[in-house]
Design a protein around this ligand. Sequence first.
Ligand code: PMT
Length: 404
Amino acid sequence: MLKGKSIILGITGGIAAYKGAALCSKLVQAGAVVHVIMTESATKFITPLTLQTLSRNPVYIDTFDERDPAVVSHIHLADHADLIVIAPATANAIAKLAGGHADDMLSTTLLAATCPILIAPAMNVHMYEHPAVVNNLELLASRGVMFVEPGTGQLACGYVAKGRLAEPEDIVMAIDSWFGKGGKLKGKQVLVTAGGTMERLDPVRYLTNDSSGKMGFAIAEAARLMGADVTLVAGRTSLAPPAGVKVIRVSSAQQMLEAVTSVYDDMDIVVKSAAVADYRAVNVSDQKIKKSGEKLVLELERTTDILETLGQRKKHQFLVGFAAETEQIEHYAMDKLRRKHCDLIVANDVSKDGAGFNGDTNIVQVFASEGLVESMPLLSKREVASRLLELIAARLPSLGGRGE
Ligand code: PMT
């Protein structure tokens, strides 16, 4: 998808600037024509010569360093770009773009550009969560700027938290998928559920599960990258939501049911990747339950099956469920597909290494009423999300697909 595409790669001044070199190299290898613009601060972390060598093009830093008298560089670059990617994007670069500043080559080019912009932020977790940064990201998202969310892991500042630049391969995948499917879900309302639910036993204890929300958040991000309006109903998760996505926070299965059903009628696509509790306590104690005796028996009752409820009320919605299984994957997945009236079921064998709960990868098989439609090997959850949405888009009746 990248062959011949003209991409401006903006590199700003964070430690992750060094990853800009790998990103540049991968884009060039994929056939893109890459023009690198660095901020002054970025040059403190990586040399322009590295980027010039990898991109095989001159690197721009100073707005007034006009090398070709026939053109005004920032206008010329902006006019000829198919996409601008800023990776890493610092809090300062994000603030400047949100505020419309034009005081260096990158910010000036960004203001002159009419092509889409994709931002891969990278910074300390507290900076990333600062209300000013959150507001700027929201503002940019409302203007149609796309994002590749930072990953969670060891940060250069010593924290282990969210803020690491997404891996160059993931950024390339997002760029590639935007060129391939950009706007494919434009105007579509997509509802994604993510994370685990929490069922209270008393004020300090609850029943939950291992879901981190990563799978659902990746689906929300991928849907947004494909142009959809995304509502994310998030249960228990420590992840910061992707920018540009409407988030409804819930705790219990009952709250998730209420949140999901309140918006269901307006949705075109619903993907239920949350791990919802099947049982909750019959009586939730107002006070902390005291130790007494050697055994404690909890009485539990069934929660409402949200997916099944949606299946029964389905009108035009394309409904996708997940199935977390440990045995007889196809049998149980097909049973859930039929019982819950889903268009697709994404089955993950959660007993396999690299699949299911908590990690950054998954291994899934996607089933429709006719049986297995795609078997995905070990892939990042981002890649699974992207391929799944591609499958959904291809089957959406309003886009010419056949539906269930
Ligand atoms: O969040 P991660 O750490 O990234 O992990 C991802 C995941 C393993 C949670 C995800 O890939 C996954 O499998 N999600 C579904 C987990 C699950 O609850 O599976 P299930 O087989 O028990 O339920 C089947 C479907 O019914 C699911 O779509 C579930 O959301 C839905 N359900 C279940 C019970 C209930 N009361 N209401 C529901 O809607």
